[in-house]
Design a protein around this ligand. Structure first.
Ligand SMILES: [Zn+2]
Length: 540
């Protein structure tokens, strides 16, 4: 095919201007070499991981362990030489909760231990209890009538049938070149539908009604099965409704391994009597409704009033030890600042801008800790007038009006987040901020040999960079290899230290330290994109 000559010229021109733009980005390769050396030869990331996951353990927001983790991270950051390490409160959150003991076994027709975990914010059993099982599947309010008067003193084997299938796909995955090129393609967004208040409130009301129904029927306990079809003793378990005072469930609720639950369900379908013995000890804590984020700084030098932030959520679900969600992100961020402090001690390398680390709580309940911090320091949207919606976090208040920013908002260059498990960094989601692409392209170049090659204009959601993005601060989440995140670890009882991949965590810490350092040294702060405007309120 003959290519028209003017196309070649245009292409050459684009290439030339892009190259000249990129080459303007100064790169401190000597410091990057030192970051790599410190991060690969003197890494502390697995020691930090064991301290957080093995010694402290689960970190459900509101639990005593959460507070312990806040204090431990503060003290560790102080010991690394960071300044101003402290806890900042947000809230009120709701009730604290922790599980102390759970033991569930079948006593009839056979004797067998059953892999079961308590759902968060549900009560225990007042010691050992035994009861007969009954199947129930309630999906809407109209289903209540089918079971009314039949459940008193019973253990409800709850929900649709459990499907257990052989594992035919590898539960482990790294992103291929094809996967990365798909992620790299921007998709022009359609019109964003308004947040469906009516659906949200209906769903919340249904869970309240269901919990009230179980209480009124004097149910002994409710047991559902883990999600997914892969089973294998991995139990994905979250909460049994609200953590708000006056709204928490009053009947014990548990989640069981699918195969164990399915055995009970089959026996019940065959009209056989099944009895279980349960002993569950849970505690609610109502002494402090506030929750805490951990903050610490490496002070800047000539432009120290400007800030570069990095962070991750420190909280987790409660059945594992929150290793990949998000102990990984936490220890990577801590290791990144440790590396930067080590460079200061060894070579006197100090950042121009102040580097501030934030470790958030309340992420699993809706990015609450980071939004609390952002609202306190950088900006927010107005409260909503509807009494049911008045406590909505700032991200969900687009219908209430435009963002009001505080003076500190103008002084923060960027926020970097890690919260996609233990897998290596493969690139960055630019969150539609095209202007940072040539800058990150240059910063990414020294890490091609570590598998970091992809920038995408795409947005990614679901974690704390959104809190910053919502008020106009460039907030970024890295693209990561999934490893076993969806198949095994995310919110499961097996989200533990052993599922962490040391080499991946070291790679992440080196890249994060380098990006944060470059952002702290750059002549200008990072370019910004427009703040998302308000949405019209949905007609109900
Ligand atoms: Zn997470």
């Amino acid at each position: 095919m003959k290519r028209p000559v003017q196309y070649v010229c245009v292409f050459a021109l684009i290439l030339f201007s892009a190259c000249s733009l990129w080459s303007q980005e100064k790169l401190d390769l000597e410091t990057i070499t030192r970051i790599r050396y410190e991060g690969f030869h003197n890494s502390q990331v697995m020691q930090l991981a064991s301290g957080l996951m093995d010694s402290i353990g689960e970190r459900l927001t509101g639990s005593p362990n959460m507070k312990r983790a806040n204090e431990w991270t503060r003290d560790q950051l102080s010991a690394m030489g960071l300044r101003n390490a402290h806890l900042e409160s947000w809230g009120p959150f709701g009730r604290g909760w922790a599980n102390q003991y759970v033991n569930v076994r079948m006593t009839s027709p056979d004797i067998a231990p059953l892999i079961t975990y308590s759902k968060a914010w549900t009560p225990g059993t007042n010691g050992m209890v035994t009861g007969k099982c009954i199947r129930a599947n309630i999906e809407k309010k109209e289903d209540f009538e089918k079971y009314r008067g039949k459940l008193a003193g019973m253990i409800v084997i709850f929900g649709p049938d459990a499907e257990v299938k052989p594992i035919t796909e590898l539960p482990y995955k790294r992103l291929t070149d094809d996967d990365l090129s798909t992620i790299g393609e921007y998709q022009i967004p359609g019109e964003r539908p308004p947040f469906r208040f009516a659906d949200y409130l209906k769903r919340r009301q249904f869970i309240q009604d269901l919990n009230q129904f179980f209480a009124d029927e004097k149910v002994l306990a409710v047991i559902d099965h883990s999600r997914g079809t892969s089973g294998g003793g991995t139990v994905f378990v979250q909460s049994g409704g609200s953590y708000k005072p006056g709204e928490t469930a009053s009947v014990p609720q548990l989640t069981m391994a699918s195969e164990h639950w399915a055995r009970i369900a089959r026996l019940l379908d065959q009209k056989k009597e099944v009895s279980l013995e349960l002993n569950v000890q849970n505690t609610f804590y109502d002494d402090d409704p506030m929750q805490y984020d951990t903050l610490a700084e490496i002070p800047g030098t000539d432009t120290k009033d400007e800030v570069v932030m990095l962070g991750a959520h420190l909280d987790s679900w409660h059945s594992g030890t929150g290793a990949t969600d998000n102990g990984a992100g936490t220890v990577v961020m801590m290791e990144a600042v440790r590396i930067l402090k080590a460079l200061d001690k060894e070579y006197g390398i100090k950042p121009r801008r102040t580097i501030r680390i934030g470790l958030w709580s309340g992420e699993e309940e809706g990015l609450l800790g980071s939004q609390g911090y952002v609202e306190h320091h950088f900006g927010s949207r107005p409260r909503m007038d509807d009494p049911l919606m008045k406590d909505m976090p700032t991200l969900l208040r687009r219908e209430a009006g435009p963002v009001t920013v505080k003076p500190e908002q103008a002084k923060i260059s960027a926020y970097f987040n890690v919260d996609n498990g233990t897998g290596k960094i493969r690139g960055v989601y630019l969150q539609e901020n095209e202007a940072v692409a040539p800058i990150f392209e240059a910063w990414m170049r020294p890490f091609k040999d570590l598998g970091m090659t992809t920038l995408t204009m795409r947005n990614t959601g679901g974690t704390d960079h959104l809190s910053f993005d919502a008020v106009g601060i460039p907030g970024f989440q890295f693209i990561q290899d999934p490893i076993e995140y969806e198949s095994r670890t995310h919110h499961s009882n097996m989200d533990v230290y052993d599922r962490l991949q040391a080499e991946d965590l070291k790679q992440m810490a080196v890249i994060v330290a380098s990006f944060v350092y470059e952002a702290a040294m750059r002549d200008q702060m990072l370019p910004r994109k427009p703040i998302e405007g308000p949405l019209p309120r949905e007609k109900e």
